[in-house]
Design a protein around this ligand. Structure first.
Ligand SMILES: [Zn+2]
Length: 221
């Protein structure tokens, strides 16, 4: 085992574990009831727990290369499987699909994965539909093209989760909400897809609007 991992483990045992010991014991005994499924990229710079100040029992997480969500028709598709478990067995109320800037998977999708990575090629081919149309891409600076591709992949993921019958059922009952996020690695700013405007906007604004709407609905009731 790499020395840094072992050192980190020992540090955890002797420091932070004390703070969480009771919580871990309770979660082990009573089971988990995380309210959120977080679908993120495997990228080491995306740290869901740190980003959302979450701890044990807070987030059910699936991380794959590119935070890719395959079609629900694909047998055993990993993110769809995680979503079914999270929604059907754990009763999560929200699913966040989080893409990010400087995503290596999205760069590989754009440039093509090397021939000695056939599994990666197949994996990325699942989101070929997210690629920018050639005429749109031609007019864009590389950074802007990457930015759009990363967001398109998030939206494709949301679409595919929405097509999962179990997810669709819970959404129809008003028990589940889907969210699309894009994380800027350097600043850790998050933009969220706003269905009202069909645009990505700062997460704080989108959540603020949603809270205002909920309040207005409550006032009407
Ligand atoms: Zn990535």
């Amino acid at each position: 085992m790499p020395h840094a991992l072992l050192e980190g483990f020992q540090h955890f045992r002797t420091t932070d574990l004390a703070r969480y010991r009771e919580r871990y014991r309770r979660l082990a005994e009573e089971g988990q009831q995380p309210p959120v499924l977080f679908v993120g990229c495997s990228d080491s710079r995306v740290v869901p727990d740190l980003l959302t100040a979450s701890g044990p029992g807070d987030l059910f997480v699936v991380r794959t290369v590119g935070a890719i969500v395959g079609p629900h028709e694909t047998p055993g598709e990993p993110t769809q499987a995680a979503a079914e478990f999270a929604v059907g067995a754990l009763g999560v109320r929200d699913i966040v699909v989080c893409g990010h800037s400087q995503c290596g998977a999205m760069k590989a999708l754009d440039a093509g994965a090397p021939d000695d990575m056939p599994h990666l090629q197949h994996w990325l081919a699942q989101v070929a539909d997210a690629a920018l149309p050639a005429e749109e891409r031609a007019d864009l600076a590389p950074a802007e093209a990457a930015h759009r591709l990363e967001r398109r992949a998030v939206l494709l993921g949301l679409e595919r989760l929405a097509a999962n019958p179990l997810v669709a059922d819970r959404r129809a009952r008003g028990q589940l909400t889907l969210h699309g996020w894009h994380l800027d690695l350097a600043t850790q700013d998050v933009e969220a897809f706003d269905p009202a405007t069909s645009r990505f906007r700062p997460l704080e604004e989108v959540l603020g609007d949603a809270a205002d709407d909920a309040e207005a609905t409550a006032d009407d009731a």
